[in-house]
Unconditional design. Sequence first.
Length: 503
Amino acid sequence: MSLLLDLFKSFKKTHTCKRPFDGIKKGDKFHFIAMGGVGQSALAKILVKSGYEVSGSDINDSKYLKELKTLGAKVFIGHNTGNVPQDCFVVLSSAIKEDNPELIKAKELGLTILHRSDLLLALTHNFPLTIGFSGTHGKTTTSGLASYLLEKACKKPAYAVGGIIPELNTNANAYKNSSMFIAELDESDGTIVKYAPEILVINNLEADHLDFYKNGLSDILDTFEKLILSEPDGAKIIANLDDDGVIELLNRLKNTPYIKNITGFSVKKALNIDFAPDIIAENVIFNETGAEFEIVYKNKNLGNVKTSLKGIHNVYNALAVVTALLEAGCNFNDFSEYVSGFTGMGRRFQTVFKNESIEIIDDYAHHPSEIRATLKAADEYKIKSSKDRLTAVFQPHRYTRLKALWEEFLECFDNCDTLVVLDVFNAGDEFDPEFNSENFAKLYKEKHPSKNTFYIKGKIADITPELKEKIQDSNSKDIILTLGAGDITKLGAPLGAELSKKD
């Protein structure tokens, strides 16, 4: 557990202030360093809408900052010492470095400095019931879907989600009388152990964020075990009984009183004999628009659910949300009809360009399991929509992730007809002369000689002509899937325009 001790040494940096932080109180002021990010802006928005004075800065303007300014927050573009108020709590994320001028100024002023996880924890205490969505994959989709369903059912939820919910055009909200808080709980830096939601959803567990979890899944299981063992009496744990990582975690808890708090969900009817599911998705049918299935809850058939989200992984996402809302006391008929209206979060199988012959879909998938699931869903969609070819354009995210999961990445592109590998989005990592995109594409081609595989060097803004040359076929109806957590999201629209040009 040494990584967790190191974490708290890193983040528990509390400095003398007029009032050390022991929860949110009336009259408190907050300043966010890098307020324009999706996570920081969500917390800032909830505070502003709850009546607190909020300021913040970021290097560039963004839609999140514009919305916060409209709501009444004080917004600064650029990090400068003069932005920091004399008496406030300063909120930052793990991305902020020690040499940030606003962080230096906050320390000089003796202000209390909070990691964003500490503020999120405090917010959970402001509402009678918190549902925390966690797991390696699907956190943003599940927390977004839950927030959307509660809004549509007029339950007036508060929520902080890691992406824009298209139908609501926001990533966060709060009402004066909100009784339920939906929170996306990020495990990437270990701070998830701070939380203690009344309902904790664990969708899946796999090795990821290997820059932090040096021992892979073992460290992640340690973290989630610590999280569960700190849950309050009576807390409910919603667990995917079809996931190997989750089962491994539950096996660790077998001899603890927490095992009785488990509510399991399953699509496969939980083949593991040690844990019986409480809720099952039965008779799953996939179609061009998504999927349809029946909900059987504690041996009672509650009715059908239709989802517009594609792929079996999104059946699990929808089932996780349905289970959580039922365990929270919601009536199935109050929200089930709205599931089909949720079209997914931004960058989750999102169509960004479409004409008669080409559809370009953008997806955030950057882990081998995510890529495999997304490509499987795309291949099924290709067949049902009568398309001819599926091209995957892959931008690896971090050299450390590509290196750690090298073999898994080499085996996760089976469902595409053509694979195009772009340069690594380094996210601060140093270039790796061995584990990089060029070498990956070369080795992939050797291992899969029948697959059309290309490596394209260059920045996203410069590669569309070469990419067009590699993949265009005027006689083919194509799906092009852009994959990655970096700036590949900027590729779809200009690529669509380039492919639409008549030579």
